[in-house]
Ligand binder design. Structure first.
Ligand code: 13P
Length: 247
């Protein structure tokens, strides 16, 4: 199974559903549709209405984050996995570099993953090195640390997906070379196998993915899909990625 996950970040109002309608109608008719899954993570404000709207359609709706408590608490503006599940979210991102940058620690991320899994959300756990770490050739050790500090053998690996998003690649148009990316993805899968003592969960790539560079990414068979930011906010750009991937 391949994944095309669109992360809208701070984008979207109710009428933006039109973008998803177009993606959904392409997806429902695509002859390759059973080979992949499309998930969109709109902002919190749209999760309930979009989940209801796409309930019997193909697109799945997820959240961009969740709070590290399970159900209800006294934390102002916080939204728990239980609350997300109750309005129809099927997935949640955890550990996006935007949120790590705002203070999410490994300990907080571990609770987020645990509580999201307890509430039957599928978790897309994001990892990635920054520019300086890359320059200092620390990429693999940073990724190993991010994975081993948070993921545990007892977590249900069937509901976990890992998204590798190098921070220097997000929104910049810069992407790793095919050689680098293959090596990194193989490394991530090796670490995941070690953690879970079983086969690795799916590993996605994210960072400046678009309809033209997807040609390069599709050659790397170890990559199980993509986490797409900018290009997920336009139906044509998002559909082009899928089209060119299966061409
Ligand atoms: P871009 O595709 O805009 O680089 O964003 C990637 C990302 O952060 C998705 O979570």
């Amino acid at each position: 199974m391949r994944y095309f996950i669109g992360n809208w970040k701070m984008f979207g109002v109710p009428k933006s559903v039109n973008i998803l309608n177009k993606i959904n109608s392409y997806y429902s008719r695509d002859k390759n549709r059973n080979k992949y899954r499309v998930v969109i993570t709109p902002p919190y404000t749209l999760i309930e209405s979009y989940s209801r709207y796409f309930k019997n359609k193909r697109i799945l709706i997820g959240s961009q984050n969740c709070y590290q408590k399970e159900q209800f608490s006294s934390n102002t503006a916080a939204i728990s996995p239980y609350m997300l599940k109750s309005v129809g979210a099927k997935y949640t991102l955890v550990g996006h570099s935007d949120n790590r940058g705002e203070g999410d620690t490994d300990l907080m991320l571990k609770d987020k993953v645990r509580y999201a899994l307890n509430n039957n959300l599928k978790v897309v756990f994001c990892i990635g090195e920054n520019k300086i770490e890359k320059k200092n050739k620390k990429t693999l050790s940073v990724l190993t640390r991010q994975l081993t500090k948070v993921l545990e053998k007892k977590f249900n690996r069937n509901n976990i997906i890992v998204a590798y998003e190098p921070i220097w690649s997000i929104g910049t148009g810069k992407i790793p070379t095919a050689h680098e990316l293959k090596k990194t993805t193989i490394h991530i899968k090796k670490v995941l196998k070690r953690i879970f003592k079983k086969t690795s969960p799916a590993v996605l790539y994210g960072g400046s993915v678009d309809g033209s560079n997807i040609e390069m990414f599709k050659e790397i068979k170890e990559i199980d899909g993509f986490l797409i930011g900018g290009a997920s906010k336009t139906s044509k750009k998002f559909i082009d990625i899928i089209k060119n991937y299966y061409r």
